[in-house]
Ligand binder design. Structure first.
Ligand code: NA7
Length: 886
């Protein structure tokens, strides 16, 4: 501490400090503290641990997985129901192209046994029923907020938390932000001139009216012949007077051979569901497909035709394309399969001219999503269906009565757009996501979306994307990939908590390397050859980048697991806050006061002079809150009576806190710490004994430590009388509390419920980084002050390594009481606090750590002056309350 006569500007601090004091710190407590030590680190009290955008398959499971891990979570969903893409895509004929036995959660063996699918390929209503069943079964509704669209998410580096804003005008803070908005959520309607003038109704398949649309007797124009268009077309053709299918690109489609699930088959299959799921996890697509394992080009052509026909008859895209190993990497092999499929179209469609138009030739089969349908091609044999080629004569405009192409006009009563999505990045780019330095995600992704391992975008700390760009996502069984991502993210969040990291962020170099790998793998296949939504080609102006990982689900999972096992390789994990250089304005007022007062530094004063300054300064804090009783006692110590003051907030408090004030073992006093100790008594609801231990240099080490221990023995015996006991202290007092906890363990002394250490001195090494950061700088305590204090408390340097002076040096810290650690950023003692937490964690001692990123050494005592002091005392008190209640 620099030697000012008083804090010159405390007058200002005092004026508003009093006003704040009226509302007390007690109201600041939130539910988090009730969970005791489930979260070992949290420098701020964010509203949530995890905020999730979206409640489709990913968001629903995220709620369950995070919550089951003891984290607080809320998912915000724009829809009036859960289900995401399965909520919105309720057009007739909507059906999953992955089998129901695969396209379902695997996390709960009970769930997979209880639920019965009715069909091989589930239709949209059944998928939605399933998801609602899951939400009901696992009681997820309280943590899902419907009808609420996430509009913005902003990273706050000072607090290491996200502020997530929603379209109802509300906002919530969360330590982690998880996007579960899905890969195919942002639908696109082509900009056709005159669409607004169309007299009839028009629909996009992805925003289908909940009540359905009636096309009976209407002339309907359908634009789009991808998976969706192919599914909806036969449904419309069945009721419409006439259906015009406007085709820009002819697509491949395999039969579904959809059928009802046979109960006997189901029973047999479910008997070994677990091992099936395991196979799926290690498979290429997230579905165990039995391929031949051979290249088509190495097989006799007749055998290839037979195999393809067998699989065509069996139905399903994955087994068909997965028959041979070279179909998606060798154009000649691909051509064999493509020609086989064209033959099937020729066989099915009666009119050769129409068949010819339907033959896909523009891209290798599989390089666009392979469509599945049992009745699409046959539909063109109906007299009320017309195929319109808009490749040769493109759509030009819409008028009130219909659609105009370059060479004709089509009179229409209704229009249906099955024109797809701004895939992978579209939905996330609709949210104003701002990461480190306020940089927008959309800006970062201007050249194409990217994320390390497809899950963590560099520059966006504590943000994860479920099935993001660079992950297998749409090239896999989405449900399985969603589960893998959510579980990986959950484990990463827990790891950060367990190791005291405030932030987790992908390193740009790791992201670059990963995306280069993603690109390299993609370009070893035929996929980039198609103008597909996979590469963003369907959205005008979108950069053409292939952003899905084609290395396979199993290898990808292994890579993710290896990254985690290596301590999250490629991620920067940081204990402190990113923008830690700024001092809180309230604390700055205090520092300004010291600077304005001038005067010699502490270490040039005598201890008496320094004590006089501390006493005068602390008087500026003002009185603490009233308590039921205060009494001065003298504790019998081995070296004589130890004065102490007992604060009782209520007549019969549930526990006892033995408190050791700070002041470098030299300058502190019970009187000087009166306000903050009162506040702690009120916040904890416990009796607090503030110990007037002997000071140095009159009484050098181990006098203070001996008094501290004697006071504990007295408090635990005489005062507590069976009630739980906690030791606590700040700065040098934190040292005494830590040492007392060590001694109690070593000597078989009183059992402690908790040790509350506030920016404690844990080691005599004055060369840690934080000591050099605060070397000679104008802060309440700097490196020179600490050297001076040590020289008075333990004059002989060789003795300072004694664990009862430097508890960090204790050979063994296991079996110590749980630690609640408070640290601050602008503090030479910062790093030794972190080091102590690390050591205790490594010894499996429960640790909860709150770090105040903009605070200064000593802040905990300035209860009337600093909001953070009120908050810190309040949080610590609440933890003590929880601990003593058991
Ligand atoms: P897709 O597969 O992107 O299909 C969209 C269709 O719409 C496709 O035929 C497009 O033709 C056509 N389209 C898109 N824009 C236009 C314009 N401006 N004019 C004419 N035609 C256009 O979307 P889906 O909804 O079918 O399927 C998306 C995924 O959902 C699917 O892959 C499955 O994974 C589930 P194009 O081929 O671009 O010439």
């Amino acid at each position: 501490m620099t030697g000012s006569e008083t804090f010159a500007t405390f007058g200002i601090g005092l004026a508003y400090g009093w006003a704040r004091h009226q509302r007390t710190a007690r109201g600041l407590l939130k539910s988090r503290i009730d969970r005791g030590f489930s979260l070992p680190y949290g420098q701020v009290m964010a509203d949530l641990d995890v905020a999730v955008a979206g409640a489709g398959f990913a968001g629903i499971y995220a709620v369950h997985a995070f919550r089951s891990a003891g984290l607080t979570v809320r998912a915000f969903e724009a829809g009036s129901g859960i289900g995401g893409t399965w909520f919105w895509n309720r057009y007739p004929g909507a059906r999953c192209d992955v089998e129901s036995k695969d396209y379902s959660y695997s996390f709960s063996p009970e769930l997979e046994q209880d639920w019965s699918w009715s069909e091989r390929y589930p239709a949209q209503p059944e998928v939605l029923r399933y998801l609602n069943h899951v939400a009901n079964r696992f009681g997820l509704w309280p943590d899902i907020q419907l009808n609420t669209r996430v509009t913005a998410a902003t990273w706050d580096a000072d607090r290491a938390e996200w502020t997530v804003r929603t379209d109802d005008g509300a906002s919530v803070t969360a330590r982690f932000f998880v996007s579960a908005v899905g890969c195919l959520s942002a639908y696109q309607v082509p900009s056709l001139p005159g669409l607004e003038t169309f007299a009839g109704p028009w629909y996009h398949t992805s925003r289908w009216p909940a009540g359905g649309a009636d096309f009976t007797g209407l002339r309907v124009g359908l634009i789009g012949t991808g998976s969706t268009g192919i599914q909806v077309a036969p449904e419309i053709a069945a009721v419409a007077e006439h259906l015009y299918v406007f085709q820009r690109t002819a697509n491949f489609a395999v039969p579904n051979r959809n059928r009802a699930i046979d109960p006997a088959w189901e029973t047999a299959f479910k008997a070994d569901y677990r091992s099936y799921r395991q196979q799926a996890q290690g498979s290429f697509l997230g579905v165990p497909i039995a391929g031949t394992g051979r290249p088509a080009l190495a097989e006799p052509p007749a055998d290839v035709q037979r195999t393809l026909m067998d699989r065509w008859q069996a139905g399903g895209g994955m087994p068909f394309l997965g028959a041979y190993t070279d179909v998606l990497v060798d154009r000649d092999a691909n051509d064999i399969v493509a020609e086989f499929m064209r033959d099937r179209i020729r066989e099915t469609v009666a009119d050769p001219a129409v068949a010819e138009l339907l033959l896909p030739r523009a891209y290798p089969v599989g390089a666009k999503r392979l469509c599945q349908s049992d009745d699409y091609f046959a539909m063109f044999n109906r007299p009320n269906v017309t195929l319109v080629d808009i490749r040769s004569a493109p759509l030009t405009s819409v008028s009130a009565r219909g659609l105009r192409t370059a060479d004709a006009f089509y009179e229409l009563d209704a229009l249906v757009f099955a024109t797809g999505f701004d895939a992978i990045s579209g939905a996330l780019n609709q949210i104003d996501v701002r990461g480190a330095g306020g940089v927008a995600l959309a800006e970062t992704w201007a050249a194409g979306p990217r994320a390390y391992l497809g899950v963590a975008p560099a520059g966006f700390p504590n943000m994860f994307i479920v099935t993001g760009p660079g992950s297998p996502s749409v090239f896999s069984n989405m449900v399985l990939s969603i589960e893998q991502h959510v579980e990986w993210i959950r484990d990463c969040v827990l790891y950060a908590g367990a190791h005291g990291y405030a932030t987790v962020q992908a390193k740009p170099s790791a992201e670059d390397a990963w995306m280069a790998h993603v690109t390299e793998v993609a370009y070893s296949t035929l996929f980039p050859l198609a103008d597909s939504w996979y590469v963003g080609a369907n959205i005008p102006g979108k950069p053409r980048v292939f952003t899905s990982y084609l290395g396979g689900v199993g290898p990808y999972r292994a890579r993710c697991d290896a990254v985690a096992a290596a301590g999250y390789e490629g991620f920067a994990l940081d204990r402190r806050l990113a923008m830690s250089s700024s001092v809180h304005p309230q604390a700055q007022l205090i520092l300004d006061g010291i600077a304005a007062a001038g005067g010699p530094p502490f270490w040039e004063l005598t201890p008496e002079q320094a004590r006089a300054i501390v006493t005068a300064n602390n008087e500026q804090i003002g009185p603490g809150p009233d308590v039921a009783s205060v009494r001065d006692v003298v504790i019998p110590g081995q070296a004589g009576g130890i004065p102490a003051r007992v604060y009782s907030p209520v007549p019969s408090a549930p526990g006892v806190v033995v408190y050791y004030h700070g002041g470098g073992w030299v300058v502190g006093s019970v009187d000087g710490w009166d306000a903050s100790v009162r506040a702690l008594a009120v916040a904890s609801g416990c009796d607090v004994v503030s110990v007037d231990y002997r000071l140095a240099p009159e009484h050098a080490f181990p006098a203070a430590a001996d008094d501290a221990y004697d006071a504990l023995v007295w408090a635990a015996g005489e005062l507590a009388d069976g009630r739980p006991v906690v030791v606590a202290g700040d700065s040098a007092g934190g040292n005494l509390a830590a040492v007392t906890a060590l001694r109690a363990r070593d000597l078989g002394g009183p059992t402690l419920a908790l040790q509350l250490l506030v920016y404690p001195v844990t080691d005599c090494d004055l060369d840690r980084k934080s000591y050099h950061e605060y070397n000679g700088r104008e802060f309440l305590v700097n490196r020179q002050d600490m050297a001076w204090y040590w020289s008075l408390y333990v004059p002989e340097p060789a003795v300072r390594v004694n664990p009862y002076a430097s508890p960090l040096r204790a050979p063994d810290v296991s079996g110590l009481p749980p630690l609640y650690l408070v640290t601050d950023e602008h503090d030479p003692l910062r790093d030794e606090g972190f080091a102590y937490a690390d050591r205790l964690r490594a010894a499996r001692v429960p640790v909860e750590h709150r770090h105040y990123g903009s605070q200064i050494h000593g802040f905990f005592s300035f209860v009337n002056l600093l909001d953070d002091a009120d908050k810190a005392v309040s949080e610590a008190g609440a933890t003590i309350r929880a601990v003593v209640k058991g």
